[in-house]
Design a protein around this ligand. Sequence first.
Ligand SMILES: [Zn+2]
Length: 599
Amino acid sequence: MANPVLPSSGVLSPLGLDAVRLSPGFWGDRVALNREVTIAHCQEWEEREGWIGNFRGERPRRGREFSDSEIYKLLEAMAWADHPGLPALAEIVAGAQEGDGYLNTRWSGSRYTDLEWGHELYCYGHLIQAGVARLRTHGEDTLTRVAVRAADHVCRRFMEGTQTCGHPVIEMALVELYRVTGTERYLEMARRFVERRGLPALADIPFGRAYYQDDLPVRQAQVFRGHVVRALYLASGVVDVAVETGDEELLKAVEAQWERTVARRTHLTGGMGSRHADESFGEDYELPPDRAYNETCASIASVMLSHRLLLATGDVRYADLAERTLHNMLATGVALDGRSFFYANPLQVRVPAVPLDGVNHAPEGGLRSPWFDVSCCPNNIARTLASLPAYVATATADGIQIHHPTPAEIRHGELAVKVETGYPWDGAVTVRALTGGRGRIALRVPAWAAGARLTHRGEVREVAPGYAVADGPWRTGDELRLELPMAPRWTFPDRRVDALRGSAAVERGPLVYCAESVADEPPLGDLAARVAPPVEHHVDGVVELEVAASLGGGESSGWPYGHEPDGRPSGADAGLRLVPYHRWGNRGPATMRVWLPVG
Ligand SMILES: [Zn+2]
């Protein structure tokens, strides 16, 4: 089963890359572009920056202390994509492994002298995930042997004692290696890493121990906090440990943390991480649009966590958040040509970014960059898109569940179906039986889709958010048709989100929309939109929207405060074009805003 996550128990079983094949469409096109362009792009940059050369022993060593992990993420992407470049790259990595399994191009010679910041176990985590991907798509080879030797080394070195790594990911990697090999010490090592956190296991640092989730034991925490990627990778590993050890209390703890975080610390796009400082969560309802950090990797980590919780519980709200995050964060993180990437994903950009030669331009968001000094996001996108088919559908003993509608062929047991849809532009989803067979087919109906209709055997019925289900038996050619209402929706923030008061945003289907202004288009700093039904424009297969808004002339009164509430800007209403947030920034430097002042 070609899956990044394959729990031994849970309400839903994931269907892997061998069971779900994407066809051309919103996600199929992105997965194909990733395989054909982005993977090679990442490898070229890792070679150019010397990060691959580090494994060949080239000196001086180049890159940050965690750069090894980028090569491992790339190897994982290559494994899922069955990329021909994998064996040669794996040989280079293997050449740097020491006799006892230790492998790190930065810390060799001074092993484990800085667990807080060294990222050695973090790097192993990504290596092991790459190894698992290869075992599940190909079988044993150089890469898998390197990964297993590293995991064995970790177990020998860390099974006893109180230590762990400043950056989680080893936890979920070890559980997955346990799942694929059956070797129980990997699960036990992961369990111990989870339980050690917060005792505490790491030194205090100026950022505070919450930065790396070492302030509290996992079971006692109420909400995700600190560095977002760390928090969500840890939580993913905790779910894996809880599922494999049957620890209901531990699973419930993460569910409660997820719930509170989604309710109070998540942006409309699904992005998590309000603060540039420490790349961290803010306090409850601290959700500024312009200063939102929302690292692309954090959104990937959020999808990984929600997917695990969905598998464990079958609760549809986890798939709802994953859909929001995939369409508005993952799809935003990479340019339409597959060659540049966002690191931060604010919901408002006030000044167009200035393009620079070379790497790392506008890491704070505003312009995608071909590479970064810290290039976690491009490689994370590559491995996630390469394994994306594994997130689309699941199975139970009585049938299949399609969580993310996108053109695909899905096979499980007796059932083989073809999914046809223009989603997310169009709300019609048709599932056609390719063979006869028994089994129930369930299609997710998102929380926003009140009034959805399901057509089955000529009968039309309204279906509530959750899952629309239809039972077989199916004959070849039988159809099931779901129609999701795609009228644009105005969305208003909770009154406690101070930074958004007086604003509203527009969504359509799973997509969040934004106003974007390039070159000589009107600036977006002073406007007020009318809350009225937006007009749809179909442009080259993309749905854009238009709302009425008055634009101000940018005049200043000399003091930005007064003794009466401020009114609307002076300009007459005009059409303000909105584009899907995931498409913004593809036309050059621009200003952008998701939240529009209304009134
Ligand atoms: Zn990143």
